[in-house]
Every structure is written in C-alpha cells, then in structure tokens.
Design a protein around this ligand. Structure first.
Ligand SMILES: Cc1ncc(COP(=O)(O)O)c(C=O)c1O
Length: 377
C-alpha cells in the first residue's frame, strides 16, 4: 500500500463538528437515543439487550444482525453478509481486496474520500467518472464505457450520492449493473444513503440483489441515523470474496461491539418506521432550504437532493468558497463543507460548491443564522 493522504473531510469535521453552534452539513439523518430505539422493539428485545454478555461476537457479525441485514435484501441471505465497523472499514478492505498494481479501476468523483484514496493507494490505476453539475450530476454510461479497459477490475459508485444528492433512474442503474456483469467487472455500490428518498419511486434496487458478483455497501449511520453504533456491512453473493475480506478484518476491528450489533438489528427490523421518520424531517426541511436559496439566488444555485440527506449548492459570490465557509463559521457558527474537502487527485472536481445537510431537526435556526451572516455582508 502507498501512504494514504490526509482525509480532508474527516479532518475538517473533526475540527468543527462538535463545537459549532449550527451543524448545517450533517451527512447522517436525525439520530435517536438508545432508549428510543429500544422502545421500537419488543419487551424481549429490551431484556435481551440488558442480558447481553460483553463478549466478542463473530467476525462475520452476529447471526441476529446478519439475519436482520439479509431481511433488507431480496436475493441475499445471511451467509452473504459480512459486518464491519462502519462503512469505512468495509471500504478500506474492499478496495484493497478488489484491485492492486496492474489493475484499472473507475470511481465516481466527487466522492467520499476513502473510495478514491484507498483505491489509488493500492497501486491500481484509477480513472474518475466525473459527475458534472452542468449535466445534473448524471451517471453517463457512455463516458463510463469510454473509460473501461481490458484491465478494468472495479467500478465503484455511490448512489444516492454524497455530496451531490444525485440518484440515477432505475433503468440507468440496471444498465450500469448489466454493463459491469457483461464485462466481468466487479461493481462496488455504496448505498449508505438509500431508503430516505422523498420521492420513494426513486429508491434504487440494491446492486447485490441485481448481480451475483456486485457488492452493496451499507451502514446503520446514514439513512438510519445511527452512526454511533458503528455497524456497517457488505452484501455480496460471491461468498469466496467475503471469506477473503473476513480474513482481512482480523487485522483491524476483529468484530463489532455486540451491543451495537444488537441495537442495529432492532433498527434494521424497524427500518420502515425509522426511514419514514427521517424522510419526514427531510420533507419538512426542503421548503425551508428552497425558500432560503430562493431569496439568495444571486449568490447560490441550489437543487434539492434526489436521495439521501446532503446536497451540493453552488456558490456564485465573490472570493473563494473556502473563505465564504470560514466567514460563515466565524461570524455565526454555521458549518458547511467547502468543495475543497472533496479534492480529487485523479480529476478536476468542482471547486465552487459546498455541502449542506437537510436531514436534521433545527434547520430553521441554522438557516436564520446563515441569513444573518449574508445580510451583514
Ligand atoms: C458515501 C459514504 N460512504 C461511507 C461513509 C462512511 O460511513 P461510516 O462513517 O458510517 O463508516 C460515509 C460517511 O460520511 C459516506 O458519506
């Protein structure tokens, strides 16, 4: 492995996430307490949680968790699920397992950094499938076809997308899966924002259901709003691949915390309720954002996300978007993420954007603070 470059987004958030007055860039949906989650379950869930021994659990993930995960797919069973510590650990090992020196990979850009950085660090040659605002951040399959080579082993995408909020239509997504299958290329699909689309007709099928070799990445953190559990997973019907990944996990977390897996399983079994609640928060927030960005249309260009709870407005004002974000923080304590944290070493990622989160309660006060900052000039 080559050295991993600094994780810009996590570094930026590490500095501001916990101290700022208005965290207007959250990538996870509204969270809940352990008590609220247990209240969704039965009395025996509550008793089971209290009686849980604080032992190691299976590296694969407890049977209880893997059954609950399998229940969220149509064609994946518990044997085709491997639990990880968050989506991050899964990304870290999957990219290293899937490609190496001499291989070619394609990743969507801009992206959550580990998808690009870990892949580059494997020594593989990595091409960017650049998403462009001028094209509505669309997934361009012709462009992808043009990037593919005889050595392409991996296509890694993230839909619903962080940071753009884009979701391709189901037909285009199915074409992507078919293209990778036809060419014998492994598709890695980061689906961590799936499930809270305001227009539920936009919810995509999951890659691991559509293809025997594709990997679906998911986690309790984002659409479920339970990031503190740190429970993620890969679903893939290629069991041999998961077996290789399980051996790699022995070198990092070994296994997840049992209490986290237990609680995550409750969340997964009540996903319809949790997603409905989180979708309602987004639905209530979107008119507030539309109103705000509409009033400041000379400064910003904004589109609501098609899925997930983040989007990527364009800054049209004077100076750099970094300076603008810093001013907003210093004057009113509002955190948004400048496009520079999505810097790509393989493509010219957009620079004049910033990420906002639309999935949390309290957006009204944050937008008022944002507004005050703009009115002060
Ligand atoms: C697209 C995407 N994938 C993966 C992750 C990592 O998720 P986790 O923090 O739960 O490990 C994130 C976190 O922001 C993300 O946005």
């Amino acid at each position: 492995m080559k050295p991993l470059r600094t994780f810009r987004l996590e570094e930026y958030l590490g500095e501001w996430e916990f101290g700022a007055r208005h965290y207007l860039t959250a990538s996870d949906a509204q969270s809940m307490s352990v008590g609220d989650l247990l209240d969704m379950g039965s009395e025996s869930d509550r008793e089971g949680f209290a009686a849980l021994p604080l032992t190691y659990v299976e590296t694969w993930g407890s049977e209880n968790l893997r059954d609950a995960i399998a229940g969220t797919y149509e064609r994946v069973d518990a044997a085709h699920v491997l639990a990880f510590s968050g989506a991050q650990e899964a990304l870290f090992w999957a990219m290293q397992e899937l490609v190496g020196p001499g291989d070619h990979a394609v990743v969507t850009v801009p992206c959550y950094q580990s998808m690009e950085t870990v892949t580059v660090a494997t020594g593989a040659h990595v091409s960017a499938l650049l998403m462009r605002r001028e094209h509505g951040w669309a997934l361009d399959l012709d462009e992808l076809r043009g990037l593919l080579r005889p050595t392409t082993r991996l296509v890694a995408v993230n839909y619903p997308n962080n940071p753009t909020g884009h979701v391709p239509d189901a037909e285009t997504f199915r074409e992507l899966v078919a293209l990778c299958d036809e060419r014998g290329i492994r598709l890695f699909c980061d689906e961590v924002y799936r499930g809270i689309e305001v227009d539920q007709a936009r919810t995509l099928p999951q890659a691991a259901d559509l293809s025997e070799t594709a990997l679906s990445l998911n986690v309790a953190s984002k659409s479920y709003g339970l990031p503190g559990l740190r429970v993620g997973w890969l679903a893939c019907r290629d069991r041999a691949l998961l077996e290789r990944l399980e051996k790699r996990k022995h070198y990092t977390s070994i296994c997840n915390p049992g209490p986290s897996e237990y609680l995550a399983a409750i969340g997964l079994r009540h996903r319809d309720r949790i997603w409905a609640r989180n979708r309602a928060v987004i639905t209530a927030n979107l008119p507030l954002f539309a109103d705000f960005f509409g009033r400041w249309a000379d400064l910003f260009e904004w589109e609501p996300p098609l899925g997930g709870c983040v989007c990527f407005p364009r800054y049209k004002g004077a100076g750099s978007v970094d300076d603008f974000c810093r001013r907003l923080l210093q004057r009113e304590g509002v955190v948004v993420l400048p496009a520079s944290v999505y810097y790509s070493e393989i493509a010219e990622a957009p620079t004049d954007h910033f990420r906002v989160g639309v999935g949390r309660l309290g957006a009204e006060e944050s937008l008022e603070a944002f507004d005050r900052c703009l009115r002060a000039g």
